[in-house]
Structures are given as C-alpha cells and as structure tokens.
Design a protein around this ligand. Structure first.
Ligand SMILES: [Zn+2]
Length: 61
C-alpha cells in the first residue's frame, strides 16, 4: 500500500522516496518535563526536496 504525501508547506505532492531528501541517522528524542533529553534509536528523516520541511521519519520494526 502506498500513500501520497502532499507537502503542507509548498504543496508538492510526493509519492516516492525519490522525491524526498533523506537525512540518515536522526535519533528519536524524548524530552522530559524538566527539560532533560533522552535519545533513542536512529531513524531516517524525510524532508521535502523543494522547501526542506520535514515530512516524516522512517518506521522500523
Ligand atoms: Zn515542501
């Protein structure tokens, strides 16, 4: 199943990773109420090629 993504920033429609910019190895971050940070496993972050708005992160099982 594939979903088409439309960039909410510039309106570009994206239906494959070929149309995304990928930043590899971006860690998941959890912020506590007191402001401290916890890092978890790294993900790939996908950004709009045109305006570089982050559109999503990879999902690993
Ligand atoms: Zn965009």
């Amino acid at each position: 199943m594939s979903d088409e993504v439309t960039c909410p920033e510039c309106g570009t429609s994206i239906d494959s990773t070929d149309e995304l910019e990928v930043r590899e190895g971006v860690p998941e971050v959890e912020a506590d109420d007191d402001g401290s940070l916890h890092l978890y496993e790294s993900r790939d972050l996908f950004l709009c090629q045109d305006c570089r708005k982050p559109l999503g992160v990879s999902r690993t099982s």
